[in-house]
Structures are given as structure tokens and as C-alpha cells.
Design a protein around this ligand. Structure first.
Ligand code: HAM
Length: 469
């Protein structure tokens, strides 16, 4: 940018040459990082975040593939909502005294002053979309699934991240015990197909009135045991007493064990409904554990609630592989017509960490593998290679290559490392003759073919090729 000093013209009448002392022009400060190239700090991952690198590709692709297959098989349609929503969507849905909203939500003011939040779960967004897109006029129930990133400013530890991924399904628009059972079945089968033996913990928390009556009883009981409770639970008695039942502190265990059981406070309708859900699970042969202290940490739930744990790995809440339940009031709470609904979400980091620890992972997808490598030598071959590779791709032959590598030896080594069964070799001579060499990587035999016949020839050659060890 020009400064005023540089733009100033000398007055025409001035004869005497005066050397004007220029004021030093203050340059804008450089951002500190570019002061000296040597001192650039490396930028690390934020706490609680995780990169998914190619070494984990197969786990993630397998999980996505299985989620898609399951969702399709049970008639769920894919729906994506933004990662960023108005914060009030979550405070109103999940409840402002829940840990997720109170302590863990990423909330900030957008540049236009709107209070926004990174989604700490997907259900509220799905319900917002259901209302916004008038889905109540579609045949009910509307069954949607999602697979994506979720954000919670949780205390990072094993299995607990600040950005993680969920596979979730929601059935919105009908209330029926079979729908609850179907959701459990989808999640259970997803885990089973991945080779994970899961246990389903299940409970019913009844309707709002049942819960209010139960809460009065629970608060009375907890007050009488206050001195035995951990500091957190002492605060929870008045703020969110149901959360005490979820506490994993040793000091609280006995108090929780002897606490009044919510199931005894259910009204007739909720009790019958719950019995029918269990009957459906029996019919489907899904084993479950009745867990009277299971209440889930979000306010929108009613009636059926459930969680999934890997068999034998249930002692810590951060081991839950997933959870869900019925939320019949939520659509109305978010401004829609009264509409019953239920759903679940599975935490994929936890699922994948189990897969990673397994020795035999026969359920993993195969690594994408290309049978053919393209090696080129010299400038002309280099340019021609890219064109031939593109022609082959259009005909369904996927070719690996390294066009930036000049040495043939180096390229052959790469082909070997990738397990290619055949290498195509294009040098100056072949470019000139309009031919190309097909080399069998095991026998070392080479065949010269016309470039025009290459695709047909290579398709024939690799038809029965198996990956090399
Ligand atoms: P949620 O129990 O809060 O439920 O989360 C579901 C699963 O997400 C957990 O069981 C766990 O596997 C995973 N998860 C939660 N927090 C973390 C974390 N910080 N790091 C890694 N994984 C985590 C829900 O989100 C409900 N929206 C489920 C639902 C759908 N209910 C009805 N429909």
C-alpha cells in the first residue's frame, strides 16, 4: 500500500532543493509466526480430537458400509442435518440441566450474533428437520438414519473424545412396542455383524407424570442418604436427581443399589407397553438385561430406554457402545404436532476400538487393491501415461502409478510393494512404436502389445489374478 508521504508532490514554486527528511514508515507488524521461518511451531491436534488416518481406513469404511447396509435393510433413509444449529434447539430438547448441555456443548456467538452450537447429538436436529420439511404429511413412521461427527466438550479419556462419530436411526411418527424392538434389533445386528457380542441393558422410565411421582420419592430417599453421596451427587439431588442413578462413584453405589425402582412407579399403560417391548425382544431372540437404574442422561426420553455394552465390558459408562430410547414429547416441544418417536445412536470410535483390538477381523472390508501398475520412462512416456491411465479408468481398469518418479527401478519397487500382479511399461521406444509392455510380476515374462489393444488385453490378463503376498 502506498503511504501519504510517498504520494505527496513537491510544490512547483520550490526552487531550493531541500532534502526532506522522510519519516520512517512504520510497517504493519508481521504475524509473529512468519518472523523467522525457523521458529515456526508445529500445530498440534486439539485436546480430545482425533485424526482418522489411512491406517484406520478399513475400520471406518467397514463401519460405514455396515451402517448403510443395516439402515437400508430395515427401511431407514439417509438424512443429514448441519453440524451447526441454533443452540436453543439442544437446550430445549436435551434439557438445560443435563451434563451434555450444561457442561459439554460447544456454544458460541456466530458473527451475526446468533447463539449457535456444534451438535452434541443428532436426534434434536433430525426432529427439527422433520418439522421444518413437513414430514408429518408423509406416510408414518418416517425412518431416517445418519452417520456423522458429534461434538461434546467432555473430559477426554479412553473412549471419550470431543469430536466423535455416531451411527444413528430415528423412527418418527408412531408409537408401537415393535418399533422400539426394531431399533434395538438394528443396533444389535450392526454390532453382531461386525463380530461384537453386545448386551442390551433396558429399562422403562414411564411417562412424564410417572417420572414426576418417582422423582419426588427419589429425592426424599436421596436426601435421607445425602451424607453417603459424592459431592457431585449432593448437588444433583436438587438439580437433576435421576442422574444420581448413573453415578459410577463407589461411595454412591450402595445408595443407588437400594434406591426406589422407577419401574414400580410406572402407570398401567407404560407398564404394559414395556412388557410388550420385552416380549418382542424375546420373540427376536435378543438377550437383554433389565436395569432398573438405567435412566439415560437426556431429558427428552420417556418409556423405553436402552444401552449397548460389549459383553463383559460394562463397568464404566464410557464403555457404552450406544444408547437410545423413546421420545414421544420432543416433536411437540420443538413446535411440531404431538408425534411419538424413538431412536438410537452408536458411538463409532468405541466400536472401532473393539474391532482394532480383535485378532481375527474377518468382517473387515478388503483393502482396495489394484492389480495393475503403470511405469513410465522419459518425458513423452510420462505425458502419454496419464492419458492411457485415464482411458483405462473409463473402461473400468484401475491402475496405480507414480508419474513423478523417473527411475524405472524405483517404479518397479513401488509396484511390488503395492502387490500389483502386472506392470505396464511405457518407454520412449514404445511411445514411438505405439506399443506397451505388459510384465507379469511373478514370472518376469513380458509381452509387447499394441496400445490400441491394451485395454482388452489387460482385462483378459488380470481376470483371474490374485493379490501377491
Ligand atoms: P448418547 O448415549 O449420548 O445418546 O450417545 C450415544 C453413544 O455415543 C454413546 O453410547 C457412546 O458410544 C457415544 N459417545 C457419547 N459421548 C461420547 C464421547 N465423548 N466420545 C466418544 N463417544 C461418545 C445420544 O446421543 C442420543 N441422541 C441417542 C438417541 C437417538 N436417542 C434417541 N435417538
Amino acid at each position: 500500500m502506498k503511504t501519504k508521504i510517498a504520494q505527496k508532490k513537491k510544490p512547483a514554486s520550490t526552487k531550493k532543493k531541500t532534502v526532506e527528511k522522510k519519516k520512517p514508515v512504520k510497517k504493519p507488524a508481521e504475524p509473529s509466526e512468519s518472523k523467522t521461518q525457523k521458529n515456526l511451531r508445529t500445530i498440534s491436534l486439539l485436546r480430545g480430537m482425533k485424526d482418522i488416518t489411512p491406517k484406520d481406513e478399513l475400520y471406518w469404511r467397514t463401519a460405514y458400509h455396515k451402517a448403510e447396509e443395516m439402515a437400508n435393510a430395515y427401511g431407514f433413509e439417509f438424512m443429514e442435518t448441519p453440524a451447526l444449529e441454533e443452540a436453543v434447539l439442544f437446550t430445549r430438547s436435551l434439557g438445560k440441566d443435563t451434563d451434555v448441555v450444561d457442561k459439554e456443548m460447544y456454544v458460541f456467538e456466530d458473527r451475526d450474533g446468533t447463539r449457535v452450537a456444534l451438535r452434541p447429538e443428532w436426534t434434536a436436529g433430525a426432529v427439527r428437520a422433520y418439522i421444518n420439511h413437513g414430514m408429518q404429511s408423509l406416510p408414518q413412521p418416517v425412518k431416517v438414519w445418519n452417520y456423522g461427527a458429534i461434538f461434546r466438550h467432555d473430559r477426554p479419556q479412553a473412549g471419550r473424545f470431543r469430536q466423535f462419530h455416531q451411527f444413528g436411526c430415528e423412527t418418527i411418527g408412531q408409537r408401537h412396542p415393535c418399533l422400539d424392538a426394531e431399533l434395538i434389533l438394528v443396533a444389535y445386528n450392526f454390532l453382531k455383524d461386525l463380530g461384537i457380542h453386545a448386551n442390551v441393558n433396558i429399562n422403562s422410565i414411564g411417562n412424564l407424570e410417572d417420572r414426576q411421582n418417582y422423582t419426588i420419592e427419589l429425592v426424599g430417599y436421596l436426601r435421607s442418604k445425602r451424607s453417603y453421596l459424592c459431592e457431585n451427587c449432593k448437588k444433583r439431588i436438587n438439580k437433576n436427581p435421576l442422574r444420581v442413578l448413573d453415578c459410577k462413584e463407589e461411595s454412591c453405589a450402595e445408595v443407588i443399589q437400594e434406591s426406589p425402582q422407577i419401574i414400580e412407579w410406572l402407570g398401567e399403560e407404560s407398564k404394559t407397553y414395556f412388557m410388550k417391548v420385552l416380549e418382542c425382544l424375546d420373540e427376536l431372540g435378543i438377550p437383554y438385561i433389565l436395569k432398573s437404574t438405567l435412566v439415560r442422561g437426556l431429558d427428552y426420553y420417556c418409556d423405553t430406554v436402552f444401552e449397548f455394552f460389549e459383553d463383559g465390558n460394562e463397568e464404566k459408562s464410557q464403555n457404552a457402545l450406544g444408547g437410545g430410547g423413546r421420545y414421544d414429547m420432543l416433536v411437540e416441544q420443538l413446535g411440531g404436532q404431538p408425534t411419538p418417536a424413538a431412536g438410537f445412536a452408536l458411538g463409532l470410535e468405541r466400536v472401532i476400538s473393539i474391532l482394532r483390538a480383535k485378532e481375527d477381523n474377518k468382517n473387515l472390508l478388503e483393502k482396495p487393491w489394484s492389480k495393475v501398475f503403470f511405469a513410465q520412462l522419459g518425458d513423452q512416456a510420462n505425458y502419454k501415461a496419464l492419458k492411457l491411465i485415464e482411458e483405462m479408468r473409463l473402461q473400468g481398469v484401475i491402475v496405480r502409478h507414480n508419474l513423478a518418479k523417473a527411475s524405472l527401478k524405483g517404479q518397479m519397487e513401488t509396484a511390488d510393494k503395492l502387490g500389483a500382479t502386472h506392470t505396464l511399461i511405457l518407454g520412449q521406444k514404445e511411445v514411438h512404436d505405439g506399443t506397451i509392455i505388459i510384465r507379469d510380476m511373478d514370472s518376469g515374462n513380458q509381452e509387447i502389445v499394441d496400445q490400441n489393444k491394451l485395454i482388452a488385453e489387460i482385462k483378459k490378463t488380470i481376470k483371474t489374478a490374485k493379490p501377491r503376498k
